[in-house]
Design a protein around this ligand. Structure first.
Ligand code: PXG
Length: 288
């Protein structure tokens, strides 16, 4: 595999960055996780827009145009001979001296890893997933807005570890007011009486690209949608729950906090949305 670093491609073993990069020292940077489906990058423009917003929010001036990043992303896929894959685009603050100030960093670094996607086991999708609420709360937006897709993932990693220690793959994270924010690396949706609910960004949800695609699909299916603060109780009594993310796509949740959700099996709304999502990824992409 060849990795793109600042305009050049390196063999995987030689793809190295400085230990003085503030992305490594302080988690000072941003990233995107993007899918390549049948030679097309899914919603690339939206990913690059979110990257630009993340950069703006952390006062990082991107020295590349959107077109340059887009071209480099497609090139990374081509160079690696990929048709289907997972692209990890990272912008770090760059090499600086010790100390928090980004002023010592000369220039940001752009790293693009285009790799094969490790698909989750099929039973994940056929049987659905059991999840649990964990004690670690999602970052307060007044401290670090969860809408910034930053290199600081310890908040989510702690929640993931807590879930795994209890024997679960994924965790529900609440915000500091006790409302549902999202999962550790996925957005969350509830279905109740034919209506779709998902937490707003103000509750600590990332503006997920898959979340956006699901909202578009719901509109097309004429399914009513509401973005509102949701409690654990709302989730426990929901007819269906599903989670969405670039890597996971759409996964049904069959149990939360020891309570079976709906019939305890993947529900019809999630199945319908999944089928539409599979259609969408075939046509909503940028050809590499
Ligand atoms: N919330 C969080 C906190 C995420 O990190 C999502 C929701 C879903 O957003 P998208 O845009 O993917 O629909 C994410 C997604 C990785 C990686 O290693 C990235 C994510 C999740 C898991 C792994 O690149 N981000």
């Amino acid at each position: 595999m060849k990795v793109y670093i600042n305009g050049k491609f390196f063999d995987q073993a030689d793809a190295k960055i400085s230990v003085f990069d503030h992305g490594f020292l302080y988690g000072d940077g941003i990233f995107e996780g993007i899918r390549l489906y049948s030679g097309c990058v899914f919603r690339l423009e939206e990913h690059l827009e979110r990257l630009e917003y993340s950069a703006k929010a952390i006062l990082l001036d991107l020295p590349w145009t959107r077109k340059q990043i887009s071209d480099a992303t497609c090139e990374a896929c081509r160079v690696n001979g990929l048709k289907d894959g997972y692209i990890r685009l990272v912008v770090s603050r760059g090499v600086g001296s010790l100390g928090l100030s980004p002023k010592s960093c000369a220039s940001p670094q752009l790293i693009i890893i285009a790799d094969k996607i490790q698909l989750y086991p099929p039973e994940f999708y056929e049987q659905g997933l059991k999840i649990i609420t964990v004690p670690t709360r999602r970052c307060n937006p007044a401290a670090l807005p969860p809408t910034i897709k930053s290199l600081n993932y310890l908040n989510n990693i702690l929640a993931k570890i807590e879930a795994q220690n209890l024997g679960f793959h994924e965790a529900v994270m609440l915000n500091d007011q006790g409302y549902i924010a999202e999962c550790t690396g996925d957005n969350i949706f509830l279905v109740h009486k034919g209506k779709l609910f998902t937490p707003p960004f103000s509750a600590g949800a990332l503006s997920g690209i898959t979340r956006g695609a699901v909202l578009d699909i719901a509109k097309k299916l004429k399914m009513p949608v509401e973005e509102k603060n949701l409690t654990r109780y709302d989730a426990w009594i929901a007819d269906e729950i599903f989670i969405t993310g670039t890597a996971a796509e759409v996964v049904s949740i069959i149990e939360m906090d020891g309570r079976p959700i709906g019939t305890g099996k993947p529900g019809p709304a999630a199945k319908k949305i999944t089928a539409e999502f599979k259609r969408l990824v075939k046509k909503d992409g940028t050809k590499i």
